[in-house]
Design a protein around this ligand. Structure first.
Ligand code: GN1
Ligand code: MG
Length: 359
């Protein structure tokens, strides 16, 4: 591997005795390295091509968006990959694909949200991203993963996995399969929503976990990162993934389910941060679905983890035998806790929307 990385970096004019490489990042899909050279740092990333089958289209999307933002909002910070010596931002080496980013100076990321100010900042950053791109024709973007957040497809994939699982995996998961089936109505509801004209396709990030926002030393957001799944999509993907990943003090890896909880003030922070940017953009139908966003994303992630467990851990990196099962159980617990808040949270949104200036 080291030789391969060396070879890749040569494409960016790095000479091998002038830098060090270490593995970094918490993503479940791509492989990320921190490259240090003198007082400069870079992020080198290998794209996982079993997930992203055509890496070139990610590159096209990022440059289309980057160029638009640069032209219309020159002050907006957007991380563009660095050009290699041949002028390209995507480097292929032995059927593996890499890109290099400058490490944003003095930036940091969080892996868990531990203050409402951080949740607010992140939600505002993702809302602003979609808002600034409202004049950009989302349909010109490629689908980097076709049907990525199509819950109808995820439901079908889950049902196929239930039917084709080994007896051992099926028996281990049987109780969880039964419990998750009580939430199939979420897929039915999604189906109705996407046929409703009130729901618009916009430029959506599709992976709004907290580690995908860079913060400055004062804990203000600098920019959003991890741009691979930027595609046309619905606002509820982004809002829902924030609910999924910011509301609980324990993340999706937590095995002790009693630690999975929902924090009301974090719900408020997400809603305030996102809506300060996006309230004017969203239709009445979309605003009405604000709370549902969380159910949609938490349910979909529970399905995806359980599907992968039933399929024998072929998609998400599994570090121990029951890893994807445990992740699915964690997400189902989160879904139960979140669903218990329906009335309270729908009311919070109603109150928030009646206040004109809520900063
Ligand atoms: C994957 O690799 P990462 O952490 O950026 C996944 C997301 C899931 C997430 C769950 C392309 O994201 O959809 O929400 O894991 N990305 C892809 O942790 O499948
Ligand atoms: Mg990602």
């Amino acid at each position: 591997m080291e030789d391969l990385l060396k070879q890749v970096l040569e494409n960016f004019a790095f000479s091998s005795d002038h830098y060090t490489i270490e593995k970094t990042g918490t993503g479940l899909i791509n492989y990320t390295y921190l490259v240090s050279s003198g007082n400069r740092k870079y992020i080198l990333q290998e794209i996982n091509t079993s997930v992203f089958k055509s890496p070139g289209i990610i590159d096209d999307n990022i440059s289309a968006i980057g160029n638009y933002l640069h032209q219309h909002f020159p002050g907006y910070y957007f991380t563009m990959p660095i050009k290699a010596l041949n002028g390209k931002t995507l480097v292929e080496s032995g059927n593996q694909y890499f890109r290099l980013f400058e490490f944003v100076k003095d930036s940091k990321t969080f892996s868990i949200v531990n203050s409402t100010d951080i949740a607010y900042e992140a939600a505002k950053a993702f809302g602003r991203f979609t808002k600034l791109l409202k004049g950009f024709n989302a349909n010109q973007l490629h689908q980097t993963i076709p049907h990525f957040h199509d819950l109808i497809l995820r439901q079908e994939q889950f049902e196929t996995a239930v039917d084709s699982a080994t007896t051992e995996r099926f028996e281990r998961a049987q109780k969880l399969i039964e419990e998750i089936s009580a939430y199939t109505w979420i897929t039915t509801h999604f189906k109705q929503m996407i046929h409703d004209r009130g729901f618009r396709k916009r430029v959506t990030h599709h992976d709004t976990k907290i580690s995908n926002v860079l913060f400055d030393p004062q804990n203000k957001s600098i920019c959003v990162i991890d741009l691979d799944t930027i595609m046309p999509g619905y606002f509820f993907s982004d809002v829902g993934d924030m609910m999924r990943t910011y509301l609980s003090p324990a993340g999706e890896e937590e095995k002790d389910l009693s630690l999975v909880q929902i924090r009301d003030t974090y719900f408020e922070a997400i809603a305030e941060g996102y809506l300060i940017e996006m309230q004017e953009e969203l239709s009445k139908e979309e605003l009405d679905a604000f709370y549902f966003s969380g159910q949609f994303m938490i349910y979909m992630q529970a399905l995806r983890f359980l599907t992968d467990f039933l399929n024998g851990d072929i998609y998400y990196t599994a570090k121990y035998p029951m890893h994807n099962f445990t992740r699915a159980a964690n997400q189902l617990q989160l879904l139960k806790c979140y669903s218990a808040k329906k009335e309270l949270y729908e009311n919070k949104i109603r109150v928030l929307l009646t206040k004109k200036h809520y900063t």
